[in-house]
Structures are given as C-alpha cells and as structure tokens.
Design a binder for this molecule. Structure first.
Ligand SMILES: [Zn+2]
Length: 115
C-alpha cells in the first residue's frame, strides 16, 4: 500500500525532473542512466528539492511527516515534494503557531485528522 504510493510519487518526481532538464537545460534524460547523474551538475532550487525528495525515498523517509510521523498526503507531495509536514500539521502550525511543539496536544489533534 505505502510502497505503491511511494512508487507513484517517485515516478512523478522523475517526470518533473525530466521536464525541467528538457525545458530549462535542453537535456534529454537517457533512461539507461540514473537520473541523479544529471542532477549533480545543476544548481537549480527546484531540482535540488526534487533530488532531496528522491534521496528521502531511497532512505525510506519520503512522505513521513516530521511533526507527527504520519504520511504526508500525495497531493501535497505532488505540488511540493520538499514538504516535510502533513496537511493537518501544516494547518495546526498555521492556526496555532507556538502549539506546534506541544507534543501531546498536537499529536491528539493530528490523529483525529487521519483518514
Ligand atoms: Zn503531521
């Protein structure tokens, strides 16, 4: 289950990387080459963000909310693969800054938002 959405996210990331390389650098990615080979030479904020997201996939840390440890919604990761927080944590940070590090209250609040 989780593996399949991580695979979807990974394909999505790689597709976006290919598009940026093609549109901004006129580079067609050779599918025989690991995509990260192309990224080490680029100093592009979005590419770095995408590469870091791929790194987190490899380490099994991708899509894990740093605040509550729950999964980050795929829709968030698609628009912003560098996201480190799930939508409920982002919302609670937004609406109650300062309560973010209040562990128990925050965790309870977050878990009621899980689907
Ligand atoms: Zn969270």
């Amino acid at each position: 289950m989780r593996n399949s959405w991580v695979a979807v996210a990974q394909r999505h990331l790689e597709r976006e990387i290919r598009k940026i390389l093609r549109d901004d650098y006129a580079i067609e990615v050779d599918s025989e080459m690991p995509i990260r080979y192309y990224l080490d030479f680029k100093n592009n904020e979005r590419l770095i963000e995408l590469k870091e997201a791929l790194d987190r996939i490899e380490r099994g840390k991708f899509g894990v909310c740093l605040s509550c440890g729950g999964p980050i919604e795929l829709v968030l990761l698609k628009s912003s693969p560098g996201d480190r927080f799930c939508s409920s944590c982002l919302n609670s940070m937004h609406f109650s800054r300062g309560r973010h590090h209040d562990g128990h209250a925050h965790l309870e609040m977050t878990f009621t938002h899980q689907f």
